[in-house]
Design a protein around this ligand. Structure first.
Ligand code: MCN
Length: 795
């Protein structure tokens, strides 16, 4: 039995349950609850002129119909703008049910409550909403022309405009540095819209307890604590009377961090009003048209560089398609702007973005959150410089790398968390060396020659990135050892499949010296832990991981103190192995942690025979209990928080070899290699799993996934029949190697890993296709028909 499990490839503890169908997802709960369904706008932009419910009222099983007029003040107001920013001068959020105007297809207008979902949907069909049509605004370029407005009071549809500029060491601006550079290039890059597609959509189930005047809400959310705060505030219920629980969540990928979703407010509100259990679960079409999308950006790049390919000045202008609303602020374009710099030292840098409203689904972060766009921009730039100079693409990158002895490296910008963009650690030259070896970079030209002679087109691509992870402000951990010797760990953030039950248990087992089998982990349940920020920005490992470790250290210290008393030893001479506290080098002088837990509580209930013997206590409450010593608390438990001074920066490099069919233009990925650095790994197997999942999502973004809107703002492919996601058959074996440059910023030396896989994939595959075909790929995703178009009509 080993307890030193940090860094070990422990199998995911949650999988046996989840794979065997024993997970408890939102829709598994509340089988007898009433069901909610929504009438949603079929138009992208329209004024609501009337809502007729007459026919609907006749349906058996109908319980209630609500429109915006029915909502009480707290509920009726627009949903919160979660992350304001001074540059977001015209932030706009939706009403939970549309008030007067709808601004995208799918916006909720009416909520129906009925005995079951079938009846609720039938009722929705009978509700007639009449509209006056307004001109839809689709596409960022049409939007900034200002010909038609998404929000009447937002000129040119520009919600935010932000410029960040970092001068060169000699004080020159980016424009000056580019003008003075020996070589310059300018080009445009386009990334299409995509979206998180968790297998389980959003969902919420609420129970009002009229006797206790309290509310319990289950939500498929990435942040139960924030949903709780929002509900308490909006419904006017005292916070201690609101419990929010994230049950098993079947993927989130970013979309479930937004809170509260309209349904997340409306369902609990109606549950209380009706004093009935009420549930809504999102269907796939609803997920396509009324949750959130991301990625769509147009990027104009100007770069100046020297003969070695060193970038002397870089200027990027971004048009960011924000859809109809900005509930999550302008985090996505801010991340693109700052993370674009990657592992490079850029002479002078200017980035400017406009965040633009369109009559399409709103934009909020999707795994990678703006980084895939930024990396596409930077890595395409590196490839273009190499092509211009006739140099190897890896040499140009290496010429621009921040060197290992230059950390901490200040990029001179402000990051998404409002803190300076300072990289904590990394070794980019070593990553590149490992990647080139893994993929066989230097040997590839010979392979390409052979393939060419056989009439085959193969190409190789590379992409590098740096990723700010573990953003603050804090997370907490609570650890309790009970008198049965079990260790109960809880943290407030939620899990959507990342494997937290496993890694947090590994940390606790290692810190406390207990077998992992005795450790249980609870996440996302406000009854167990009320303060938390949430799971996003690859932050759980860094934030909750460190908080749990710190809480364990407190508990361990107390355990040693109590045990030292019992063993008449010095706590400094004690250690804990396999759940036994013993004198170092003398395993016979030992007591189990279970006994220590009993001794830590003056109200002694001993659960097992050994503890009863050790504490000379028969098993019921000990009325002759000693007082709690001053400065002590009863019980063997502890809580702590971790709050970092700034983010920690993970990094990685990917390479792919692709083959394009000369006739059909089909694109196949032959090999995919990843070198990844997330500092100390808690569990290398889980990190690899995260990378594999991320790469698969990235392949989707590079080759398949695209939200196809027509000029009327209709999403033409709002189903899995038409929106293509890759199957396992489209994903190559992913060859992975690791590098561990520990973060100096946190006690465990870890950096995040949850988004890494997805970030550079589009740029890597674009580079590989370009290398196979010999012409530029400046737009992603790319389909075989688009590749064919480029062959016959080069851009
Ligand atoms: N890990 C590790 N060692 C490290 C870093 C991470 O062992 N040095 C492990 C963690 O302990 C955790 C996993 O890797 O089990 C991811 O950790 P982390 O990078 O902290 O990311 P989070 O846990 O905060 O998860 C969020 C991240 C994001 S932002 C998205 S989006 C995403 C992702 O994770 N959504 C996911 N991965 C996902 N995986 C699944 N299955 N489902 C999602 O919705």
């Amino acid at each position: 039995m080993t307890t030193k499990l940090f860094g070990e490839p422990v199998r995911r503890r949650e999988d046996a349950r989840l794979i065997a169908g024993q997970g408890r997802y939102l829709d598994d709960l509340g089988q007898h609850a009433l069901a909610a369904a929504f009438v949603r706008s079929p138009h992208a932009h329209a004024r609501i002129t009337g809502i007729n419910v007459d026919a609907a009222l006749e349906v058996d099983g109908l319980v209630a119909i609500y429109t915006w007029e029915d909502l009480p003040p707290g509920v009726a107001e627009p949903l919160p703008l979660l992350i304001p920013h001074p540059a977001l001068t015209h932030g706009r959020t939706a009403y939970p049910l549309a008030r007067d105007i709808v601004r995208h297809v799918g916006e909720p207008i009416v909520m129906v409550v009925a005995v079951d979902r079938y009846v609720a949907e039938d009722v929705c069909d009978l509700i007639e909403v009449s509209y006056e049509f307004l001109k839809p605004v689709v596409g960022v370029e049409a939007a900034v022309s200002g010909a038609h407005l998404v929000h009447e009071d937002v000129p040119d549809n520009i919600g935010a405009h932000l410029v960040q500029e970092v001068a060169a060491k000699d004080g020159r601006s980016a424009a000056e540095a580019i003008a003075a550079a020996p070589h310059t290039l300018s080009f445009r890059l386009d990334i299409e819209r995509s979206a998180c597609m968790p297998l389980e959509g959003k969902g919420v189930y609420a129970r009002w307890d009229a006797d206790d005047q309290s509310l319990r809400v289950y939500s498929s959310t990435q942040t139960s604590t924030s949903v709780r705060m929002a509900l308490a505030a909006k419904l006017g219920i005292p916070l201690p009377k609101v419990e929010v629980i994230a049950p098993d969540v079947g993927g989130g990928f970013g979309v479930k961090i937004v809170h509260p979703w309209p349904e997340e407010v409306l369902v609990p509100w109606a549950a209380r009003l009706l004093n009935r259990e009420l549930k809504w679960t999102e269907d796939r079409r609803e997920h396509f048209i009324s949750s959130a999308h991301e990625r769509a950006q147009v990027q104009h790049v100007k770069v100046g560089f020297d003969d070695e390919g060193r970038v002397l000045g870089l200027s990027v202008e971004i048009l960011h398609d924000h859809g109809a609303y900005t509930p999550y602020g302008i985090i996505v374009p801010i991340i693109t702007s700052t993370q674009l710099l990657g592992p490079y030292k850029i002479g002078a840098y200017r980035v400017e973005f406009s965040s633009v409203y369109t009559n399409t689904v709103q934009v909020t972060p999707y795994r990678g959150a703006g980084r895939p766009q930024g990396v596409f921009c930077m890595e395409r730039t590196m490839d273009k410089i190499a092509a211009f100079l006739g140099k190897d693409r890896t040499d140009v990158r290496a010429a621009n790398f921040i060197q290992p002895d230059e950390f901490p490296y200040d990029q001179g910008m402000i990051f998404q968390d409002g803190r300076p963009l300072i990289y904590d650690s990394g070794d980019y030259p070593e990553s590149l060396r490992k990647l080139k070896e893994l993929i066989g970079w230097d040997e590839f030209p010979a392979l390409q020659e052979v393939a060419r002679a056989e009439g085959r087109r193969i190409g190789i691509g590379i992409g590098c990135y740096v990723e700010g992870t573990g953003v603050g402000p804090y997370e907490g951990g609570h650890v309790q050892i009970t008198s049965d010797g079990r260790v109960h760990v809880s943290t407030g953030l939620t899990s959507q499949g990342q494997g937290h039950e496993t890694v947090f248990a590994q940390i606790a087992a290692t810190e406390l010296g207990v077998p992992i089998e005795r450790v249980s982990v609870v996440t996302g349940d406000t009854r167990r832990f009320g303060y938390a920020v949430g799971t996003f920005a690859s932050r759980a490992a860094v934030m909750s991981g460190n908080a749990i470790a710190l809480a364990c250290r407190k508990v361990r210290e107390k355990a040693l103190r109590v045990a030292a008393d019992a063993l008449e030893a010095d706590p400094r001479d004690l250690e804990i192995t396999d759940g036994m506290v013993h004198v170092v080098g003398s395993p016979s002088a030992a007591i189990p942690l279970a006994t220590v837990a009993v001794l830590s509580n003056p109200l002694r209930y001993a659960f097992d025979e050994e503890a009863k013997r050790a504490t000379q206590f028969a098993g019921s409450a000990d009325m002759n209990r000693p007082p709690v010593a001053e400065g002590e608390e009863p019980g063997l438990e502890g809580k702590d928080y971790y709050s970092p001074i700034r983010s920690t920066f993970a990094s990685g490099m990917h390479a792919a070899i692709v083959e394009t069919d000369p006739d059909t233009a089909e694109i196949r990925i032959l090999r995919y290699a990843v070198v990844h650095d997330c500092g100390k790994m808690i569990n290398p197997m889980l990190v690899e799993g995260q990378i594999h999942g991320g790469v698969a999502q990235g392949v989707g973004g590079a080759l398949y996934e695209k939200m196809a809107y027509d000029d009327h703002g209709q999403l033409l492919n709002a189903s899995f029949m038409d929106f293509l996601m890759p199957y396992a058959t489209e994903i190559p074996r992913i060859e992975t190697d690791h590098l561990e440059t520990p973060s100096p910023l946190n006690p465990l030396g870890i950096k995040g890993a949850g988004e890494a896989g997805v970030i550079p994939v589009a740029s890597v595959i674009a580079g590989a296709i370009e290398n196979a075909e010999g012409f530029p790929i400046d737009r992603m995703p790319i389909s075989p028909s688009e590749l064919h178009e480029l062959r016959v009509r080069p851009a």
